[in-house]
Design a protein around this ligand. Structure first.
Ligand SMILES: Cc1cc2nc3c(=O)[nH]c(=O)nc-3n(C[C@H](O)[C@H](O)[C@H](O)COP(=O)(O)OP(=O)(O)OC[C@H]3O[C@@H](n4cnc5c(N)ncnc54)[C@H](O)[C@@H]3O)c2cc1C
Length: 389
């Protein structure tokens, strides 16, 4: 039995086909333009909402589909095939980062206000944790939120935020107890239109279709009911939600490696050198054999991690291992695949050039490879275990 047919049922495959058709017809023809413009137009968000794609794993009460996690796996695998990881990052940051916090810990009122219109694509969000002086070291963020009556007054800045310029709301990590480190963080939903919020787009090496931005908060008044969950519990919420982000990045990473390989094999079956198709050179065949083996083995492990997620397990070690290995394999695969294309690999008309640029950030964002190794080392050497609140 193949790996996909073991985990995926007929309805997942039907969903894949419908999604693939949708992406090919509605999205792929515009990707190059959005890569140039470095943003995705508003109608796309609405269209994804109408198709139900933002609500795959969200409750029906707020307009979601309550579908099992393997629908999300299929969604990510198909996004990896349209060759714009920037598009995938923007579209994914909304449900998997911003909405994920509100759904997990937000009040009913917050869910009504932000989650329900998020599912339909009427609004979309970003999650802003990283700051100019604190990325990996989340507990060290400096943006403050001081309670004054019915509002928090927020001051500070964020950077590297996916959808940081164009999104309608910002799920932001703030310090509500500045003297404390991890124990002083809270999560607030901040309306983009609030007075004192401004943002700039950053120019990036890759992920061009995505608007990655710096965000500034200058005396921004946020209603206290926009607090997500409990005050000063933000660090635990972030660590808990990272779990989903890491699994998402793992699925996308291995899907990218798999697609790079498929795309290369197609090219290699046509390109000739020294009177032979280049897929007949033993040295290249062995490289393909190695990559195909690594992809297959890792994909099997990642489907296992996806099953744990489906079953509601808090599998920190496995998710960290999956994120580490998949983003590193993605990098290795696109680097080696680009070589199969020779000079054409360096030319923008060939998909592999963009894949090469886009893959690089995988080992940095969502917890870098070094941070993944730190977590794994603590678990396997020091026997530390992580629990959700
Ligand atoms: C395109 C893009 C999109 C992003 N989107 C978002 C987003 O939507 N929301 C958001 O909040 N953030 C986002 N980020 C930020 C991302 O999460 C951070 O860049 C990442 O967490 C690393 O933080 P840093 O850049 O501050 O690097 P630093 O933390 O300064 O790290 C620098 C280097 O030191 C290493 N290092 C740090 N600590 C240790 C340690 N303890 N042991 C060993 N090595 C260590 C790191 O691995 C890295 O190699 C995005 C970043 C990019 C580039």
């Amino acid at each position: 039995m193949s790996l996909t047919s073991y985990y995926l049922k007929g309805e997942h495959q039907l969903f894949r086909q419908e999604l693939r058709n949708f992406l090919q017809k509605e999205i792929v023809p515009h990707i190059d333009q959005w890569e140039k413009e470095q943003e995705i137009p508003r109608w796309v968000w609405k269209k994804f909402g109408e198709m139900g794609y933002f609500g795959l794993s969200y409750p029906q009460k707020y307009g979601g589909l309550d579908a099992d996690f393997f629908y999300t796996v299929v969604f990510l695998e198909e996004l990896a095939r349209i060759n714009s990881a920037g598009f995938g990052a923007s579209i994914g940051a909304h449900p998997f980062l911003a909405c994920s916090h509100i759904n997990a810990y937000g009040s009913d009122a917050l869910k009504e206000k932000y989650l329900a219109p998020s599912m339909t694509g009427d609004i979309f969000g970003c999650m802003a944790v990283s700051e100019p002086i604190a990325g990996s070291d989340v507990a060290n963020i400096r943006t403050t939120a001081v309670r004054k009556g019915d509002v928090y007054v927020v001051n500070g800045s964020k950077t590297f935020i996916t959808n940081g310029v164009l999104s309608d709301f910002i799920v932001a990590a703030v310090k509500t107890k500045p003297e404390a480190k991890a124990g002083g963080l809270s999560m607030l939903v901040i309306d983009r239109k609030s007075k004192g919020v401004s943002a700039n787009k950053l120019n990036k090496l890759g992920w061009h279709a995505s608007d990655t931005g710096e965000i500034f908060f200058d005396q921004v008044e946020v209603p206290v009911e926009n607090l997500v969950g409990q005050e000063n519990w933000g660090f635990y919420y972030i660590m808990d939600r990272f779990q989903l982000e890491r699994i998402i990045m793992a699925v996308s990473g291995v899907a990218t490696a798999e697609y790079a390989l498929e795309y290369s094999l197609e090219y290699m079956s046509q390109r000739e050198a020294f009177g032979r198709k280049i897929n007949q050179f033993q040295v290249l065949r062995h490289r393909i054999a190695d990559l195909a083996s690594e992809v297959e083995a890792l994909k099997t492990f990642i489907y296992h991690v996806a099953q744990l997620q489906c079953d509601g397990k808090y599998a920190v070690k496995e998710a960290s291992m999956a994120k580490l290995l998949a983003t590193e394999l993605s990098d290795k695969a696109v680097y080696q695949c680009l070589q199969f294309f020779g000079g054409y690999g360096f030319i923008e008309d060939f998909k592999i050039a963009r894949m090469f640029r886009d893959s690089r950030v995988g080992t940095i964002g969502g917890g870098s490879s070094e941070i993944m190794r730190e977590i794994i080392a603590k678990m396997v050497i020091d026997n530390i275990s992580y629990k959700t609140k």
